[in-house]
Each structure stands twice: as C-alpha cells, then as structure tokens.
Design a protein around this ligand. Structure first.
Ligand SMILES: [Fe+2]
Length: 203
C-alpha cells in the first residue's frame, strides 16, 4: 500500500471548450511508448482500451465517442509506471495541457474513487472503473489456463474471485463496488470481458 495520498482534491477537469477533442492515435501511442516501460502494464492498458471501445460500440455510440472511450482506457494508467506517487495527477495534467475533452479526462480521474477521491458519474467513468480491475483479473486467469481464453467460462472466473490468494492484488471490493455503481451484474461484466479481451490489439 502506498505511503502517499493520491487524492486529487478536485472535481473539475479539462475545459468544456475542448469538448470533442481527443488525441490522435499516434499521439496517444506516443504517450504510452514514452511513459510506460513496463510491458505488462502496457498490455493491461491496451486490454482496457479494447474493452472500453467494444462496450461503447455495443452501446451504439458515435465513432468519436467510441474513440474517446478507447482512449480513456488506453491512457488511464499512463503515469503509474514511472510516477506512482503522482498517479492520475500527471496524466490528467498532461491531457489538460493538450486540450483534451473534459469527459475523457474525468473518466481517468474517477477510475479509482477510493484513491483519487473522484466519484465515477458518467457511464464512461463507471465502465472504466469496472473494466480496470476485472480486465487484469481475467487476464491473470487466462495466463494460468493452458487454453488461455478459449473455453473460459464465467463460473471459472467467479470461482477464482472467491479464492483470495489468486491475483490477490486485485480488489474484490472494487469489483463489487464498480458493478453496483454501473448497475451491471459482476457476471455480465465478466462475460463481456471474456468475450472481448482476447481480441485486443496488443501491437
Ligand atoms: Fe488500470
């Protein structure tokens, strides 16, 4: 557990005049490559991005919104690798300086309400919070299965969730909290992750 506070002590992010403005895919990838040296963390960020984009698509959102959800997932942990004591603060300030849409920045700011002190409000906020922990958990499960994601079932994941020694760093409490906030059953969230995560572009 960290010794420092990650509380952002603020609740407004970005500037409404930049609504609809996101980074180019190249610029977003540039942040990932420059800031994140840990390959496992990069995989995690790409997986969460994929889940966010796939979920936004399933909701029938516009291309811009799908790209926004994807980018929130892609960048949500960008500062965790090199600046854990500034986690969230640094990427938020970077995106603000690059005039990124406030709703995207807010989603990143609220992906850990217990740490950052920002409540997830929009559906994009809530889904980023929900997918963050579950994505890593399902991936850890896939890595220990000889067949990986193939044939993975919700009940297998649920069984592992009950085993507190498996992927112990993943907070079961946060998974439950995120599911309640999004009003989506944990089983349905797991099913979505199982169905989509293997298709994430990890290049
Ligand atoms: Fe994350």
């Amino acid at each position: 557990m960290q010794q420092y506070s990650l509380n952002l002590n603020r609740n407004d992010f970005g500037d409404i005049q930049y609504a609809g403005s996101i980074l180019s895919p190249e610029a977003a990838k540039g942040i990932l490559d420059d800031w994140v040296k840990n390959d496992r963390l990069k995989v995690h960020m790409k997986q969460v991005a994929h889940l966010m984009g796939a979920y936004a698509k399933q909701l029938g959102l516009s291309d811009l919104e799908v790209a926004m959800w994807y980018q929130a997932g892609l960048l949500h942990d960008a500062d965790w690798d090199q600046w854990p004591d500034q986690h969230c603060r640094k990427i938020i300030e970077e995106l603000e300086s690059r005039n990124v849409d406030p709703t995207l920045i807010r989603a990143i700011a609220s992906h850990g309400p217990r740490y950052f002190g920002v409540e997830p409000v929009s559906l994009m906020d809530k889904m980023l919070y929900a997918f963050d922990e579950l994505s890593g958990f399902v991936h850890a499960y896939a890595l220990m299965r000889p067949e990986g994601y193939v044939g993975m079932e919700v009940k297998g994941v649920k069984k592992r969730l009950k085993d507190k020694t498996f992927a112990a760093q993943v907070s079961r409490e946060d998974i439950q909290d995120a599911s309640e906030r999004a009003a989506i059953a944990v089983e349905d969230l797991i099913y979505f992750v199982i169905s989509h995560q293997a298709n994430a572009d990890l290049s």
